[in-house]
Design a protein around this ligand. Structure first.
Ligand code: UDP
Length: 332
């Protein structure tokens, strides 16, 4: 019998890929999103599928899911720094109230709950690479704390539910993930650099570019999320690609891959930007048999193709609007 799985934040970048994956393997999916940072276009291709239900709701206010529930994935939150810095109170609310509602839904149905946590719980890490046992180095009063502390609180809430009520839970700490469906205006490094290189504009490196990130392609990440959900592990479990690059290395890889002539310019480093980040994925390897397989250049090429197609479709839409306008003017 197929399972009915609820994906909170299912209209987002990562959430919509998860919906695709679950439907493709035969599950039913209830996608819940308020489309504040997600996009309707991410799930438009699923609307005709009878096994797909879309519920438009802000889970920090309500979670109106009817019918059976066999599992809950909580991916609902702004995830890009510009997005969560623009929505500080909403980010704290969705991490706390939203997570509480997701846990209650899972508990009511005796269903498994997976929390999408983040490498940001490690803050600017003193330990490198970061194992799950590291407690982190987070500035609780800096601007990024709205995201970091919301996720840390969500982890605490998830574990308290598990310990006191016996709710079946799993926590994944997701490291930087990229791929198709990153919004062109998302503001994260991969979409920014690819779009800038495509347009021949300068690549905006924040700070001196010596800070590092480890970038995981979205299909690898989704495979890991599902493997963790299907296991009986509680975690937390790191899921990310341990291949680590400086931001400057990423910039030159993008320029080289796209044959772009874009120069690099330096802009101020965001407050509390972590200096380095790389997951220790020993636990995911041994307990889930999971590891990423997509090389950076391949993943970047797939993401670039998506962003180019988005730009083409947007240009066509604008041309159509212009055409309609000049048509209207002519008839007046
Ligand atoms: N970054 C950059 N230029 C950009 C966007 C981001 O140099 O146009 C840097 C950012 O300062 C950080 C890294 O790239 O060091 C990753 O940033 P992102 O916003 O993608 O994710 P984060 O890891 O900070 O959540």
């Amino acid at each position: 019998m197929s399972r009915r799985l609820v994906v909170l934040g299912g209209g987002g970048f990562l959430g919509s890929h998860l919906c695709d994956h679950l439907l493709a393997r035969g599950d039913e999916v209830v996608c819940v999103d308020d489309f504040s940072t997600g996009r309707r276009a991410n799930v438009a291709h699923l609307r005709q599928d009878p096994r797909f239900t879309l519920v438009e709701a802000d889970i920090s206010e309500s979670l109106p899911v009817e019918g059976p529930v066999s599992g809950v994935f909580n991916l609902a939150s702004p995830a890009s720094p510009p997005d969560y810095l623009a929505r500080p109170l909403q980010t704290l609310a969705v991490g706390s109230e939203g997570t509480r509602r997701g846990l209650a839904l899972a508990r009511d149905h005796r269903a498994r709950f997976l929390l999408a946590s983040t490498s940001e719980v490690y803050g600017d890490p003193d330990v490198h690479p970061q194992p799950e046992s590291y407690w982190g180095n987070v500035n609780s009063v800096g601007p990024r704390s709205v995201y970091d502390e919301a996720k840390r609180f969500a982890e605490a809430l998830t574990m308290a539910h598990h310990r006191t009520l016996g709710t079946d839970v799993a926590i994944v700490r997701i490291f930087n993930t990229y791929g198709p469906r990153l919004r062109p205006d998302d503001g994260r490094v991969v979409s920014n650099f690819l779009l800038q290189a495509m347009k021949g504009e300068p690549l905006t490196v924040y700070g001196d570019g010596s800070q590092t990130r480890s970038l995981c392609y979205v299909d690898d990440e989704v495979r890991g999320l599902v493997a963790l959900f299907d296991s009986d592990l509680t975690g937390p479990v790191n899921l990310g690609n341990p291949d680590e690059y400086t931001v400057l290395q990423l910039a030159s890889t993008v320029v080289d891959l796209l044959g772009s002539s874009s120069p690099i310019i330096h802009l101020p480093l965001p407050v509390d930007d972590p200096t380095r980040r790389r997951p220790d994925i020993s636990l995911a390897r041994s307990a889930l048999g999971w590891e990423p397989t997509t090389h950076l250049r391949d993943g970047l090429a797939l993401t670039a193709a998506f962003l180019a197609e988005e730009a083409r479709a947007t240009a066509e839409d604008l041309a159509a609007v212009d055409g309609a306008r000049s048509g209207n003017n002519g008839s007046e």
